[in-house]
Design a protein around this ligand. Structure first.
Ligand SMILES: Cc1cc2nc3c(=O)[nH]c(=O)nc-3n(C[C@H](O)[C@H](O)[C@H](O)COP(=O)(O)OP(=O)(O)OC[C@H]3O[C@@H](n4cnc5c(N)ncnc54)[C@H](O)[C@@H]3O)c2cc1C
Length: 614
């Protein structure tokens, strides 16, 4: 039966892929040769780039060029549950960070791998699809850091324009047919109200909630069971406009300035054809938090010594380019359960799951595997409903050493084991890293150092999230489903706490041999309650530094207020803006994608309303 399931799923996937490649990728805006001059050039067709290209090309009198380094994305990126399938393939830059000093001891060479989307849709086309608008304080902090005009109040009209709502929990299916929200390009799907894992998590959270607790059911960028991000919502409907050109497999190399005004852009097509495209109005860089600072530095904007070392002419000195890199970290905690309400690989690879998805667009494949999120002050927990983590699928994606992976996910190769993962995180981490270059060639990878867990604050904040997980698991709703945490036991940490493999597996030690057994018990002895193991903080700190991995939210490397002004114009030059995750002055409390969509909407307005600089 299992073999048939695998065969059928492979067949359906291959057929769908062929149909998709043949019929869906034909749009007149995809060109192979650009014109010599455009009004606007946008670099990067990611979350932000797709919004900008669609909005700026609404005016038929303006010619817009959108450049994207990657090629068309694979069909599998459409299926919400299997977004990780795209990682480390052609659609992922798969950024290998530098060896970390304070974290990542459980990874080979202490090197975290940071996925970044490559192709139309960018990272939003390979991400976990989770929607949220952060917390009001996130935006107030931006204001305090000198990035004015981007508070929650300022962004609300754009949340509404893009999503038809200002809520982080929302379902677009409930928009009335001619209602305001049904006009919004982005569509949201709220997790099924009957999802048992979500209900247990929510009940547990509310049973111990106080004024610092905020629970959110998972909401995803999903429409009719498919990924629905800015590529589908914005770019696709614009791809037949004659004034919009999209060049794939084309990398922006550097901006050329005349009297400090962006005049043209050097591009490299198919890794071999170099060209120079002129711009009348503006170049807008949306290449993401890793590649945007690279383009700035290659264009002569950034730290003077670095630019000089790379033998590039300095156009504008700015020490802040490539600084302030921030990212969330996730600490996975495996929890086994007795009630079969999780998502197991065995359930996913079943005929009924495939029929449900390909015929009815429902079921496990139609939604990301996340049940919800609980914030408590600046610590948070996400519940990832998938317990059986296949070693073959997941270990190499994160670069875990085999032993550490196995000690973290104790039932790693059991595809039917019921369980879930708590992902413990700190929503406003204080550690800051860097993006820099060691060579001026775009073929040499960018040097990315996220500097995870440099600040003790982040460790303490994440420990609070882990303690919260312990507390939640002790509540009745979780106890009723037989929830039991299995602490990771990496070798390096075991000196801090005596936690054996048997403890981890929940097995009781056998009696020592040689002890005389009584043939008949004199009295019925009650079964001992399973021991509750609670590690000391020092063990948890060791775990974090060993096992925690990227939360996928890299941002901040061309910060608003420091590298760009409040209208996203690169300081000290003209005709150049940045709009992507790199302008975040500080982290958003978890999911950044929807915030970037709304910011790009606002950016489009700012650009359209700007006078032409000659
Ligand atoms: C695995 C993963 C899971 C995530 N999960 C979530 C989630 O559930 N919820 C959430 O809110 N966020 C999530 N994120 C984060 C979110 O997707 C990103 O923050 C967001 O997509 C960033 O958008 P952007 O516009 O800044 O850059 P991107 O979307 O990364 O776009 C940049 C684009 O520029 C292109 N490019 C780069 N350099 C050049 C160049 N020189 N020339 C031409 N093109 C170039 C790239 O190929 C890419 O297409 C996740 C990210 C990942 C990778």
């Amino acid at each position: 039966m299992a073999v048939y399931s695998y065969l059928i799923s492979t067949l359906v996937a291959v057929v769908s892929y062929v149909v998709y490649q043949k019929y869906s990728n034909v749009y007149t805006s995809f060109v192979s040769k650009p014109e010599k001059r455009y009004d606007y050039i946008i670099v990067g067709a990611g979350t932000a780039g797709c919004v900008l290209a669609a909005r700026l090309s609404e005016d038929p009198n303006l010619k817009v060029l959108l450049l994207e380094a990657g090629d068309h994305m694979s069909y599998f990126t459409k299926i919400p549950l299997v977004s990780t399938a795209a990682q480390q393939g052609n659609n992922d830059w798969s950024v290998h960070a530098t060896s970390q000093k304070y974290s990542s001891f459980g990874l080979h060479n202490q090197v975290p791998i940071i996925p970044r989307g490559k192709g139309p849709g960018g990272s939003s086309q390979i991400n976990f699809l989770l929607h949220g608008f952060g917390l009001p304080e996130d935006f107030n902090r931006w204001s305090r850091l000198g990035f004015k005009g981007w508070t929650l109040e300022d962004l609300k009209p754009y949340f509404l324009k893009a999503f038809g709502t200002v809520k982080s929990e929302f379902d677009s299916d409930f928009c009335p047919p001619k209602g305001f929200c049904s006009e919004a390009p982005m569509k949201l799907k709220l997790i099924d109200e009957e999802n048992e894992m979500m209900k247990v998590f929510k009940q547990a959270s509310s049973s111990i909630a106080d004024k610092h607790t905020l629970f959110r059911k998972a909401t995803a960028n999903v429409r009719d069971g498919n990924r629905f991000q800015t590529f589908d919502a914005y770019l696709k409907p614009a791809l037949r406009r004659p004034n919009l050109h999209v060049l794939l497999k084309t990398q922006a190399i550097s901006v050329r300035f005349v009297n400090k005004k962006a005049a043209s852009l050097y591009i490299l097509q198919d890794h071999r054809n170099l060209d120079n495209i002129f711009v009348k109005r503006e170049i807008i860089v949306s290449a993401g938090a890793v590649k945007t600072p690279q383009l700035m530095i290659l264009s002569g904007i950034g730290p003077r010594n670095l630019i000089k070392r790379l033998r590039i002419d300095v156009i504008s000195e700015n020490e802040r380019v490539g600084r302030n890199l921030h990212d969330h970290m996730n600490m996975p905690l495996y929890v086994s359960i007795k009630k079969p309400i999780g998502i197991t690989l065995a359930k996913v690879f079943s005929v009924s799951t495939l029929v449900n998805y390909f015929w009815y667009k429902t079921g496990y494949l139609a939604f990301p595997p996340v049940a919800g999120l609980e914030y408590r002050n600046t610590s948070a927990l996400m519940l990832f409903s998938m317990g059986s983590a296949s070693e073959r699928l997941l270990r190499d994606l994160s670069n875990y050493k085999s032993k550490v992976f196995r000690e973290t996910f104790p039932f790693h190769n059991d595809t039917s084991k019921e369980g879930f993962m708590f992902l413990a995180t700190c929503v406003r981490p204080k550690s800051r890293g860097t993006v820099t270059l060691k060579d001026s060639s775009t073929t040499v990878p960018v040097v990315v150092d996220p500097n995870y867990l440099h600040r003790d604050y982040d460790v303490k904040c994440m420990i609070k999230a882990i303690r919260r997980a312990e507390r939640l698991l002790s509540t009745k709703p979780f106890q009723d489903i037989g929830a039991r945490i299995h602490w990771p036991r990496p070798e390096r940490c075991l000196t801090f706490w005596n936690y054996t493999k048997l403890d981890q597996m929940g097995l009781v030690r056998r009696r020592k041999k040689g002890k005389k057994q009584l043939s008949k018990p004199i009295k019925e002895v009650p079964k001992p309650k399973p021991k509750v193991h609670s590690p000391p903080d020092v063990y948890l700190e060791c775990l974090l530094r060993e096992v925690a991995v990227t939360g996928h939210h890299a941002a901040g490397t061309c910060a608003g207020g420091q590298v760009v002004d409040s209208e996203l114009r690169v300081k000290d030059v003209q005709g150049l803006r940045i709009m992507d995750a790199s302008v975040f002055p500080s982290p958003i409390s978890l999911y950044p994608n929807s915030v970037i969509v709304a910011m790009a909407e606002k950016a489009a307005d700012l650009i359209r309303n700007s006078p032409l600089v000659t």
